[in-house]
Design a protein around this ligand. Sequence first.
Ligand code: ARG
Length: 458
Amino acid sequence: MAKMWAGRTSGETSKIADDFNSSISFDKKMYKQDVCGSIAHASMLAYKGIISKEESELIIDTLTEILSDVELGKLEIASDAEDIHMFIESELTNRIGDVGKKLHTARSRNDQVALDLRLYMRDETAVIVEKLKELILVIVEKAEENQDAIMPGYTHLQRAQPITFAHHLLAYAMMFMRDIDRLNDASKRMNYSPLGSCAMSGTTYPTDRDYVAKKLGFDGVTMNSIDGVSDRDYCIELLSAFSVIMMHLSRFSEEIILWQSWEFKFIELDDAFSTGSSIMPQKKNPDMAELVRGKTGRVYGDLIATLTMLKGLPLAYNKDMQEDKEAIFDGVETVIKCLDVFAPMIKTLKPLKENMYKACTQGFINATDLADYLAKKGVPFRSAYKIVGTIVGECVKKGITLEEYSLEDYKKYSAVFEEDLYQEISMETCIKKRISKGSTGYSSVKEQLEYVKEFLNE
Ligand code: ARG
């Protein structure tokens, strides 16, 4: 096929070079953004008298037609085109001849691709924010239903202190809320139009970049044309934010996997989100959670690939930058797929409250509360800590719990121990008495639920 850029060279490239050079197989995803950008550009060209009103209208009408033809499946995006920008432009010229060739006045593919990718990422980021909100809502509902489900909280994966399942779930809601903030924050910096930077140094035409920016919903224009075509910081920022989302999903997945194991059995995943084994008839595997955990590495890879692609590039555009797209598209798609499966998986899982509670009875997770009991009766906390540590050691030797240790034995360690200690170290009291902001206490968890709901309503 004759190249649109044939001139300086014959444009007769080898098939191998064409295939290697082509990005159409992946950048066709941006067909809509490309058309919308071109429509805004054509409208500006007429507004500034660079082309006539009639020419601009013909271009815009035809571009609109092309867009709807692609969307209706009437126009197939040619797999042998060099990229989506060339494809749309040559389709336009096929349909309206020479007028179509005027569209690329005061524009380069360098600022065109920079524009398209920003528009695409703006759309997809908004989708991801919505999906995060859906997940947070599912978490809130699960937490609301499980405010009374007492389970061990862990440090070092050792039973540490009693908490509620609601409290634990809400920790993830906080993470996903910050993820939304990160996306919104990066979006703010991204939302400047690079169009009009042209190849790299701007143009001699009297363009109006702000006019185009406004039409496309940008907050303004990029202020340096060299930077405008070279900047992919927003891809890095978004891929970093995606990596953090995946890291959060992966930690959550790890817990789902542990909780679903016979060793924990804190939850039962719904059959719709579990798989079996081809040989072991008893198996019910948490494949979805494992896959989310596994896919996290892909997104980290996308981030590192993009950082590495950019680090040695002299200004301004270099063809290396074509490599940004597969990475960022993969990041977007992976995050979306994972969020799509995660929300219903969480929604349908059943917490096994009795098993959670049973796990609290082993591991002395009320030992801190026993030390607090002594401290509140005037024993300095460090001394109280030591006394309780010694008693725990005794209990371990005897194979009993703190609840089973007799008052008589307690009194050997401190005279302030009274019958009320048993009430004080019950799991329910341990939860109820956590009154600090953000704690596992029943009223604190209610406050957290409100906090998250308010965020969702904003
Ligand atoms: N397909 C190219 C890319 O994705 C478009 C920009 C090409 N510009 C150029 N001067 N060759 O980066």
